[in-house]
Design a protein around this ligand. Structure first.
Ligand code: ZN
Length: 136
């Protein structure tokens, strides 16, 4: 969607009419109302802001903690010296999963898999959600 459409612009539709002999007989101009109003824009922008605060991996909300000392800049000489900044965050729930998965793997590392039987890690999925921000 273009910014103009989001701002409420709606292009007019022009329909030209011709008779059976292909002679132009006139036109109809259709002007529609925009689907976007101030409330709709505010909702969309709020949703975008909310989505930006979700972890791209676990999709939890408000779990990303910035690591400012890890910010780096990269210059691409082969692409006209284009520059990019890489910022790093720690997701507290993804990090918690890493801790639990690592402990789980360590605990079960000496168990030999038995053919035809599920090993402890088979099909195990680790999910996490923040519990410190939950309301009572
Ligand atoms: Zn995450």
């Amino acid at each position: 969607m273009s910014p103009a459409i989001f701002e409420g612009f709606v292009p007019a539709e022009v329909h030209e009419h011709y008779d059976a002999n292909d002679v132009y007989t006139g036109k109809t101009v259709v002007r529609r109302e925009s689907e976007w109003d101030d409330d709709g824009r505010a909702s969309a922008l709020g949703l975008a802001a909310w989505e930006a605060m979700r972890c791209p991996s676990c999709r939890n909300y408000d779990t990303l903690v910035p690591i400012p000392t890890a910010t780096r800049h990269v210059t691409w000489e082969e692409h006209g010296d284009r520059k990019a900044e890489v910022v790093q965050y720690r997701c507290i729930t993804c990090g918690a999963i890493d801790v639990v998965r690592r402990d789980f793997t360590k605990k079960h590392e000496k168990k030999e898999p038995v053919p035809g039987h599920a090993a402890p890690a088979d099909g195990r999925i680790f999910l996490a959600h923040p519990i410190d921000a939950e309301e009572d």
